[in-house]
Ligand binder design. Structure first.
Ligand code: C5P
Length: 217
């Protein structure tokens, strides 16, 4: 049977994961957090301790195997059989992820991994290039946006909830820097697909954003 793919793209801290999980639960399908894939790759490769040699990088990536199980917020993304945990959920790992995400070899590897998950499962897939590059034929595409101030605030509370208190001003600066890199990289830069529905969530609460998504999907 043909798989249903819904894509949700947008900048850091905009609430993509919350909406993707909720929509996936409603639809009874898995949710795919592709940011977690970039974060896990960055985490595994280690901060700057690997060289940028393409052959070595390809060898490392060949040893990575992502699998997905479960539905909605119970979806579990694993790398080599181990569920990806909260250790990747820091702004620092986000920046490492953004750095490795500029490398064409890494993007090519993850593109194949993401598309093969999309061939096996119906998905709500969230990231930066889901609607533009990975699933260009998806019937439902969304782009969520919000001001940097609002996103830093949301991230602040999210990290607090994970027991990882952060400095709000520093978060704002980090998020702006990461956005800039994500929007301006040469390969698969962050941008809305031409046929995506864009929602500015700055002034909207979660229920309102979800209602808008549900209305369109
Ligand atoms: O969404 P999240 O903040 O977890 O993503 C971490 C980083 O991974 C992003 O800043 C971006 O550079 C990269 N990413 C990407 N393409 C995706 C998902 C994430 O380049 N589809």
């Amino acid at each position: 049977m043909a798989k249903l793919i819904v894509t949700i793209d947008g900048p850091a801290g905009v609430g993509k994961s919350t909406m993707a999980k909720r929509l996936a639960r409603e639809l009874g399908i898995p949710y795919l957090d592709t940011g977690a894939m970039f974060r896990a790759v960055a985490w595994k490769l280690g901060e700057g301790s690997w060289d940028w040699d393409e052959t070595r990088l390809k060898d490392e990536l060949a040893g990575f195997d992502f699998t997905l199980s479960g539905v909605g917020e119970d979806s579990v993304l694993s790398l080599n059989g181990t569920p990806i945990g909260n250790e990747i959920r820091t702004e620092q790992v986000g920046m490492w992820a953004s750095n490795v995400a500029t490398l064409p070899v890494v993007r090519a590897y993850l593109k194949t991994a993401q598309q093969s998950l999309g061939a096996r499962f119906s998905l709500v897939a969230e990231g930066r290039d889901m609607g533009t590059v990975i699933f260009p034929d998806a019937p439902h595409k969304f782009f969520l946006d919000a001001s940097v101030e609002e996103r830093a605030n949301r991230r602040f509370h999210q990290l607090e909830g994970l027991g990882k208190p952060a400095d709000l001003e520093e978060l704002k600066e980090q998020i702006a820097r990461r956005d800039h890199q994500d929007r301006n990289r040469a390969v698969a830069p962050l941008r809305p697909a031409d046929d995506a529905v864009t929602i500015d969530t700055t002034e909207l609460d979660k229920d309102r954003v979800f209602a808008l998504l549900a209305e369109h999907a």
